[in-house]
Design a protein around this ligand. Structure first.
Ligand code: S3P
Length: 461
């Protein structure tokens, strides 16, 4: 286990393009692997999660290579053309990788085994197993639908109409990916729309997708409907991956809570179903400007400039984020909590039940970490309330990030803005989404260095 210590720092300054979008990178590899011909991808995120998906797609028959100039080439097998892997597919820490691939293999007549790291093996898979079983796949999973598991793909898949019981782009995507090798129309209805990278990429690869709002039925539930015509020929294409808004979020908040900072973040994905954090920061009176709106590869992008106020008064005020906003910023609550800890006034975030089953129980991890750092925070099952310090929080804590990259990065950012250092143990997990995060931050002004701290739970033993 490696630990990183983040010391209080001076201002962070610079212009930077953060690494490629993780969600879009997974999808580019999967769609490229299912298309006919050669797909070229530039800006792919080269982090452990995405590389695990690349490796799994290779085991399923796709040819995936990287050119010296950094472009990735994928030669796909075509829908229905996957081969049975001769080894267990290990998706490491990646919920997106495993859930999307479960959808892909569920409607191919092959048997596939999946596993992952401690965190992934504790996450619920029933949410995808249930609809994929309706489509004809058979699963043998460890107790309570956890990994490791085996899926026997259906020889005669059936199209379904499925109303997702939880707001999850992974569940929606797994069903649509299963629908690719299923005759007829596969339909997913969501109560609240979730990130639509899958739908956008399906269209880009030539699939027939229709989106509509469906009226409320007798049970009172209307929703957002996505229908896919099965068994298209996916045509290879070129994908340009925008900078990841979830990664940009760490630097945006760092730039706001560390007085005197000024950071320019280029080409950030601003898909409205994904980039809700930036609107919330604006509601907190953040000094944040957005410019150069354009579109790359079917996804909207923009540049941001953030500036931090003077120490003792960073200018941020507390905010309430209602439940309806949660899906558009579901991965950003750890770093938003750090902004709230430095703001003036109380912040309240609602509708956070899904945070309990991310790479860690993020709701508990935020509460435990902020409490250890001297911030007053209370929680219910699905909400948190943070009393802002109106400036630098005390800090001086050691936090075990529990195999969760976003918890690790959020608390390292807080360490830079706090009065005393914050140490994060298990920080190697940051490589799942942003290898070199500490060096990048240090290049901007952070003071993050290796530490020999033991995990907090061992220290307390
Ligand atoms: C993702 C969807 C979200 C998100 C995850 C990436 C995706 O998960 O938390 O980091 O790429 O589809 P859920 O679908 O479980 O909300």
């Amino acid at each position: 286990m490696s630990a990183l210590q983040s010391d209080p720092s001076g201002p962070w300054k610079g212009t930077i393009r953060v690494p490629g979008d993780k969600s879009i990178s997974h999808r580019a590899l999967i769609f490229g692997g299912l298309a006919v011909g050669e797909t070229r991808v530039s800006g792919l995120l080269e982090a452990e999660d995405v590389l695990a998906t690349a490796d799994a797609m290779r085991a399923l028959g796709a040819e995936i290579t990287k050119d010296p100039d950094g472009t990735w080439r994928i030669i796909g097998v075509g829908i229905g053309g996957l081969v049975e892997p001769d080894r267990v597919l290990d998706l490491g820490n990646s919920g997106t990788g495993v859930r999307l691939l479960l959808g892909v293999v569920a409607t191919h007549p092959i048997t596939t085994m999946f596993t992952g790291d401690t965190s992934l093996c504790s996450r619920p898979m029933g949410r995808v197993i249930n609809p994929l079983t309706e489509m004809g796949a058979q699963f043998t999973a460890r107790g309570d639908n956890r990994l490791p598991l085996t899926v026997v793909g259906s020889h005669r898949p059936l199209p379904i109409t499925y109303r997702t019981p939880v707001p999850s782009a992974q569940v929606k995507s797994a069903i649509l990916l299963a629908g690719l090798n299923t005759p007829g129309i596969t339909q997913v209805i969501e109560a609240t729309p979730t990130r639509d990278h899958t739908e956008r990429m399906l269209v880009k690869f030539g699939a027939n997708v229709s989106i509509s709002e469906v009226a409320a039925e007798a049970d009172g539930a209307g929703g957002h409907s996505i229908s896919l015509v099965g068994q298209p020929e996916l045509k290879s294409t070129e994908v340009i991956v925008p900078a990841d808004p979830s990664s940009a979020a760490f630097l945006a908040v760092a730039g706001l809570i560390i007085p005197g900072s000024e950071l320019e973040l280029g080409n950030v994905g601003v898909n409205p179903l994904r980039a809700g954090l930036f609107g919330v920061l604006a509601d907190m009176d953040a000094d944040l400007t957005r410019s150069n709106e354009s579109e790359i590869g079917g996804e909207p992008v923009a540049d941001f400039i953030v500036r931090g106020g003077i120490r003792g008064g960073n200018g941020l005020k507390g905010v309430t984020v209602p439940a309806g906003h949660a899906p558009s910023m579901i991965d950003e609550f750890p770093i938003l909590a750090m902004a709230a800890a430095c703001a003036t006034g109380t912040s309240r975030f609602e509708g956070l039940a899904e945070l309990r089953i991310k790479e860690s129980d993020r709701l508990s991890a935020i509460v435990d970490g902020l409490t250890a750092a001297g911030v007053t925070i209370t929680a219910t099952d699905d909400s948190i309330e943070i009393k802002g310090c109106g400036g630098p929080p005390p800090g001086g804590a050691t936090i075990d990030c529990q195999h969760d990259h976003r918890i690790a990065m959020a608390f390292l950012v807080l360490g830079a803005a706090a009065k005393e250092p914050i140490t994060v143990t298990g920080a190697e997990t940051i490589a799942t989404s942003w290898p070199g995060f500490d060096e990048t931050c240090n290049g901007l002004g952070a003071r993050i260095a290796a530490s020999d701290a033991a995990p907090a739970n061992i220290q307390n033993a």
